[in-house]
Every structure is written in structure tokens, then in C-alpha cells.
Design a protein around this ligand. Structure first.
Ligand SMILES: Nc1ncnc2c1ncn2[C@@H]1O[C@H](COP(=O)(O)OP(=O)(O)OP(=O)(O)O)[C@@H](O)[C@H]1O
Ligand SMILES: O=P(O)(O)OC[C@@]1(O)O[C@H](CO)[C@@H](O)[C@@H]1O
Length: 303
């Protein structure tokens, strides 16, 4: 079972305009979706849709917290959240003709007692794989991530931002930086696939068995005990990229959970990400179809 922890969940508001954004103008559109989000929640939605037993956890509160819980219930995604008194955040992605604008709120304050409750919730679920994803809400220290990773006998996947990846102290199964997070974490230039592989190899030294780096439209690289592999992205029509990195990691985790090889798990990750960038927001209702997809994903063994 995969338990995902989202310390800072969000309702994702994804709103689209056909024109570029300008100041002092009221832009209007009919095209807006609200989805249950935050990186761990996305991973629970996606891995469930890929046939893996998954439960979402973290902190939820207020109206937006209820909306997230309702959406997870409707999608049949198991959930075990620590309730908080303050309101879960709303994040907005504006997709306009001049690009994507990502506007994220810092989220509600979390106190030490709530962190203790989260550790107990994770222990009670006793997953095979723990996934911890997204930003830390104000008040939650980075050491809480190591505490969650070390609280039991599970392997931990982490996606908590570039600057945190070299500061964590526990041993981790996998981390999933994107290009800029990989550059931030290692202080290296990450402009090419070769540079991404070198940086991912350097990051592995900090205690990650695998580094799965997402490179946007340039695909992904996986560096692990059996070497380095790269996969180009699939050529799909991109609606928006909200949750694309979560989809890549979910496909990889679901593949490993289904006892696939590393490269086939990477292929499933790339197919899952291609599906998610081609739908609005993080809708996962049709995601199961990628399990039977025969769209080829070319994998290059790099070393
Ligand atoms: N333009 C694109 N075309 C096809 N696939 C894409 C495109 N952009 C992203 N992807 C797929 O999604 C994966 C993750 O993308 P990206 O590196 O943008 O993640 P991210 O920055 O973590 O995204 P987010 O934070 O929005 O979840 C890529 O490895 C790729 O497989
Ligand atoms: O502010 P954070 O926690 O870093 O990122 C949160 C977030 O932008 O990431 C997900 C996409 O990966 C969205 O569902 C969500 O709104």
C-alpha cells in the first residue's frame, strides 16, 4: 500500500484565457476547473487510478479541506487526514496565451501537536511505500520529514522542493526534482540530458536510491543502482502541466508496485505524465487507460 502525505494540500483552480494577461483589464472566461490537489494528493489519485492500493494523508481544514475530502470520496480514493481548524489553501494556475502563471498560497500554520498526530497517522497506516510531497506549511520544520521517513519500516519517496533535498538526513527510496530543483539542489547547470544525469548522480550521494528528474517537454531521466536511463516526453497536445511531475512519479511508483522493471516503470511514468498534461488540471478519471497503452516510449541507457 502507498500512503501519501501532503503537508500542504490545495484546491487547484485552473483557469484558461485565450488572450495574454494584461494589467487593469477584466479577463473573462467559462473555462475553469477545481480539483483536489497538493503533490501527495495527486499521487494518491493517480496511483489509485493505476490500480495500486493508495491512501492520501496530510492536514485538511475548513471549506477547501471539505471540498478536497468530497472530491477524494467521489473518486474512491481512500483518505486519512489529520483535521485542522484553519483553512486549507487554494492555488491558482492561469493558463493564458502567453504562458502558465502558477500562484500558490503559503497555506495554514501547523503546530507541533498536529505534526505529532500526522506521525501517529502514518504509523497506524504502516504503508509499504510512503510518499511525502509538496511544500511545508508555515510552522512545520524540515526535520518532520525525516521523522516521518524514519517512523517505520517503509521506503520513502520524496518530492518536497530542490532546496530541501540536500538537507534531509534519513535514507530515501526516491526523489523527483524537476530541472530547476535539480539545479538548486546540486548547484549545477541542468540544461541538457547529460547535465541532468550528472546532477542526478551527484544528488544520489545524499542518500537517495533513485533520482527521477523530470525535464518538462524534454522528458525524464532515472538514475539508480542499475545506471542511468533517459526517456523523451511523448508528443501530445498540452492543455496544462499542473500535476505533471506527480504523474511521472506516480507512474514509476505504480510500475514498481506492480513489480515492473525500472525501465518499464519509467515508461509508465512517462505515459502517465503525457495523459495528465493532455487533460485540464489533475483529472484522473480516465487515467487507467494508460495501463493498456501501446504508445512506444523510447528508453536510452546512458551508462
Ligand atoms: N510539453 C510536454 N509534452 C509532453 N510531456 C510533458 C510536457 N511537459 C511535461 N511533460 C511530462 O511531464 C513530466 C513532468 O513534467 P515537469 O518536469 O514539467 O514536472 P514538474 O515541474 O514537477 O511539474 P508540476 O510541478 O507542474 O507537477 C515530464 O517528465 C514529461 O514526461
Ligand atoms: O506549493 P507546493 O506544495 O510546492 O505545490 C503545490 C502544487 O502546486 O503542486 C501540485 C502540482 O504538482 C498542485 O496540485 C499544487 O497546487
Amino acid at each position: 500500500m502507498i500512503l501519501t502525505v501532503t503537508p500542504n494540500p490545495a484546491v487547484d483552480h485552473t483557469i484558461r484565457f485565450d488572450e495574454p494577461l494584461t494589467t487593469d483589464v477584466v479577463h473573462r472566461t467559462d473555462d475553469a476547473v477545481f480539483t483536489a490537489g497538493g503533490k501527495g494528493i495527486n499521487v494518491a489519485k493517480y496511483t489509485s487510478a493505476l490500480g495500486v492500493d493508495a491512501t492520501a494523508s496530510g492536514f485538511l481544514g475548513g471549506h477547501f479541506g471539505r471540498l478536497i475530502q468530497d472530491r477524494l470520496d467521489a473518486a474512491d480514493v481512500a483518505a486519512d487526514f489529520v483535521p485542522i481548524d484553519t483553512n486549507t489553501r487554494l492555488n491558482t494556475t492561469v493558463v493564458a496565451s502567453d504562458g502558465e502563471y502558477k500562484l500558490n498560497h503559503n497555506g495554514p500554520h501547523i503546530d507541533a501537536d498536529e505534526v505529532d498526530q500526522l506521525v501517529s497517522t502514518v504509523r497506524a497506516n504502516d504503508p509499504e511505500t510512503l510518499h511525502i510531497g509538496g511544500s511545508l506549511p508555515p510552522g512545520m520544520p524540515l526535520s518532520a520529514i525525516d521523522r516521518l521517513a524514519d517512523a517505520g519500516d517503509w521506503r520513502t519517496a520524496i518530492d518536497t522542493g530542490g532546496e530541501t533535498l540536500t538537507k534531509l538526513e534519513a535514507d530515501y527510496f526516491i526523489c523527483k526534482p524537476n530541472e530547476s530543483e535539480l539545479a538548486d539542489a546540486t548547484g549545477r547547470s541542468v540544461e541538457t540530458v547529460d547535465e541532468a544525469i550528472e546532477a542526478a548522480e551527484a544528488l544520489r550521494e545524499y542518500g537517495y536510491e533513485y533520482v527521477l528528474a523530470s525535464l518538462g517537454g524534454d522528458g525524464a531521466v532515472l538514475v539508480g543502482p542499475d545506471g542511468a536511463f533517459s526517456a523523451p516526453a511523448l508528443d501530445v497536445e498540452v492543455v496544462d502541466t499542473v500535476g505533471a511531475g506527480d504523474a511521472l512519479l506516480s507512474g514509476f511508483l505504480a510500475g514498481r508496485g506492480r513489480e515492473m522493471s525500472d525501465v518499464d516503470s519509467l515508461r509508465l511514468g512517462v505515459r502517465t505524465a503525457a495523459h495528465i498534461v493532455s487533460v485540464a488540471g489533475t483529472h484522473s478519471s480516465d487515467l487507467g487507460q494508460v495501463l493498456s497503452s501501446d504508445v512506444p516510449v523510447e528508453i536510452l541507457a546512458e551508462h
